[in-house]
Design a protein around this ligand. Structure first.
Ligand SMILES: O=P(O)(O)OC[C@H]1O[C@H](O[C@H]2O[C@H](CO)[C@@H](O)[C@H](O)[C@H]2O)[C@H](O)[C@@H](O)[C@@H]1O
Length: 254
C-alpha cells in the first residue's frame, strides 16, 4: 500500500496502525466504497467472494465487536452478503439489527408518500435520474447524469422544506429520510451495548455520510479511517482503496 505524500494541498493523512495495536477494538464498517467497489447502479456491486468469510473471522477475533453501518437497508445488505450473524445498522442508522438476531429494529416511520411522488415527477422530467426505494425513504441517484448535480441539490432543498424531511448527500446521490438519524448515532448506540463495552471504536468509511461516524469514534477515543483520496475530514488516518481495506482487515483476521 502506498500513500502519495504530494497530493497538492490536500491534508496528509497517515495509514492506520495495525488493528492488533488497538486496546479491545470495535470495528464499524461502511459498505459501498469501503468494503465493496462502487458500481454504476446499486444492484451492480460485486462483493469480493471472500468478504463474508473475512467479516466472520473478524467478528470471531473481536468477540462480536463488528458492525456494518450502511446507507443501504439491512435487507439489501443481506441480499448482497447473505444473512451474516454480525450487527448491521441500515438506512444510515434508521434500522438496527444486533449480532445473531433476526429482528430489525426500525426507529422511525417512513417519510410521507407525497415526497416520493414529487421525486418521481422530477425524475421523469430529468432523464438519467434513478430512484432507489428504501425502507424509510428513498435515494435519488444521478450517477448516470452527473450534470444534474446542481438541479438535484436544488430539488432536494425544496423537497425537504415542503415535506419536513432530512436529506443526506452521498456519492452521486441524495437520500431522503426521516429526520434524526445518521451513522454517528448508530455507532453511539452500538457502543452502549454490553458486547461493545470498554472497547476502542474504529470506523472505516469513504463518503461524507461517514463523517458522523468519524466524529463519534474520535470523541470516544477511537480512530476514523477515511477510504479513498485525502480530503477535509474528521478521520485522521487513511487507506487509499477498497483493496487496502481488505488487506488491512485480513492482516488482523488471519
Ligand atoms: O453507507 P454506504 O454503505 O456506503 O451506502 C451508501 C449508499 O450506497 C449505494 O449508493 C452508492 O453505491 C452505488 C453502487 O456502487 C453507486 O451506484 C451510487 O452512486 C453510490 O451513491 C446505495 O445505493 C445507497 O442506498 C446507499 O445509501
Amino acid at each position: 500500500m502506498t500513500i502519495d505524500p504530494t497530493e497538492g494541498s490536500k491534508p496528509l493523512m497517515p495509514a492506520p496502525p495495525a488493528l492488533a495495536a488497538f486496546q479491545k477494538a470495535a470495528l464499524f464498517l461502511d459498505f459501498d466504497g469501503t468494503l465493496v467497489e462502487l458500481a454504476g447502479h446499486p444492484n451492480e456491486i460485486r462483493p469480493d467472494h471472500r468478504l463474508a468469510d473475512l467479516l466472520l473471522r473478524l467478528s470471531d477475533r473481536l468477540d462480536g465487536r463488528v458492525a456494518l453501518v450502511s446507507g443501504r437497508t439491512v435487507a439489501d445488505i443481506d441480499r448482497h452478503m447473505g444473512r451474516l450473524p454480525i450487527a448491521v445498522a441500515g438506512s444510515h442508522g434508521g434500522e438496527l439489527r444486533s449480532a445473531g438476531q433476526d429482528a430489525i429494529e426500525v426507529l422511525a416511520q417512513s417519510i410521507p408518500p407525497g415526497a416520493q411522488a414529487a421525486a418521481q415527477v422530477f425524475m421523469e422530467q430529468n432523464p438519467g435520474l434513478m430512484i432507489e426505494q428504501k425502507r424509510l425513504g428513498f435515494a435519488l441517484h444521478y450517477r448516470a447524469a452527473p450534470g444534474l448535480e446542481a438541479a438535484v441539490a436544488a430539488f432536494a432543498e425544496r423537497l425537504t422544506e415542503t415535506h419536513q424531511l432530512a436529506s443526506q448527500r452521498g456519492k452521486m446521490v441524495v437520500e431522503f429520510m426521516p429526520d434524526g438519524f445518521d451513522k454517528g448515532r448508530a455507532v453511539a448506540w452500538f457502543m452502549t451495548q454490553p458486547s461493545f463495552e470498554g472497547s476502542t471504536p474504529v470506523f472505516l468509511g469513504d463518503d461524507v455520510t461517514d463523517e458522523h461516524g468519524f466524529e463519534v469514534v474520535s470523541a470516544q477515543g477511537g480512530l476514523g479511517i477515511l477510504v479513498g483520496d485525502a480530503r477535509e475530514t474528521k478521520a485522521t488516518a487513511r487507506l487509499p482503496a477498497v483493496a487496502d481495506v481488505h488487506d488491512w482487515l485480513r492482516a488482523f483476521a488471519t
